[in-house]
Design a protein around this ligand. Sequence first.
Ligand code: NDP
Length: 249
Amino acid sequence: MSTSSKLVVITGASSGIGEAAAELLHSKGYKLLLLARRLERMQEFVKQHSMTEQDTLIAQCDVTQVDDIKKAIDHAQDHFKLPVDCLINNAGVMYLQQLADQSLQRQETMISTNVNGILNGINVVLKSMLERQTGTIINISSIAGKKSFGNHVAYCGTKFAVHGLTEALRSEVSGSKVRVIVIAPGVTQTELLGHNDKDQVDPYEDWKKTMSLGVLKSEDVAASILFAYEAPPHVCIREIALAPTEQRD
Ligand code: NDP
């Protein structure tokens, strides 16, 4: 089946890794549905890359709201006359702080976005994939979903959850030929850190500067997403962990 007859949904496509994945998958000919809350950013992005409604739809969507995701996916499936072949659950937020100082509201935002957001996306596409006996779900976790880092307690909790739910679901649906994959990047240059207070941002930026070869680019992570997705149907790349060469932990 050609790439142009496959519909891929990317959440968190208004910046960083999601945007880079959108650019790469578009260049390979896939039909795309891009989801995020900042509609104007996606409008600007599709214009810049000469994407048209023949190949790419965008929709304002908060992944914590399952109805937002369902409405956008229903519309895209009607528009392209294709079912979702791949869901890339990429939307995420990261607030760093000592747990004792962090507001419950920030912790809840991370849980509802990084965990419930993923379960919401899966809820919308999974039954159809199981019925069709095909489909790929790619969840973006983090190295912080495999090991702990200072000031990362709640964020690590959400990303360990992503690893756990991915592996449990992978096993559960393997007999239905649906692939469930987790990708765990290390430090990547994006807007993710920008939502934090200066006392968190400055030491993190100093840490990044110690890596003289540079941290990951969004494009590096996008390439790993495409690699996992384009493996032949009998191959499930269960996990990819990638990080800057000089990232010790
Ligand atoms: P960005 O901040 O650049 O991108 C995050 C994306 O998530 C944005 O498009 C944002 O869009 C979207 N998003 C956030 N909250 C919501 C929501 N409630 N509903 C819909 N979309 C939402 O950061 P990254 O590209 O780095 O992050 C992408 C993923 O990669 C995240 O899951 C992150 O945890 C993970 N990651 C990042 C690493 C890094 O070092 N950068 C390392 C490891 C993992 P909008 O605000 O418009 O809704």
